[in-house]
Design a protein. Structure first.
Length: 68
């Protein structure tokens, strides 16, 4: 599945790379919310997808920190 591949890719990254990915995802979420508020967003399901990706990244960061 697509998400399994995404998670496997995230697990291969270092914590600093994950934090960069998290920052990028949060910026994307902000932009999507802004577009939605101004009625410029066509694909509103993208907001949900990005929110779940943020949660996945945060979970992997927590797991990696717990192992160390």
């Amino acid at each position: 599945m697509k998400t399994d591949k995404y998670v496997a890719d995230l697990r291969g990254k270092s914590v600093s790379e994950l934090r960069e990915e998290l920052t990028t995802a949060k910026k994307e979420l902000f932009n999507l919310r802004f577009q939605n508020a101004t009625n410029q967003l066509d694909n509103t399901s993208r907001i949900r997808e990005v929110r779940k990706n943020i949660a996945r990244i945060q979970t992997i960061i927590t797991e990696t920190s717990a192992k160390a």
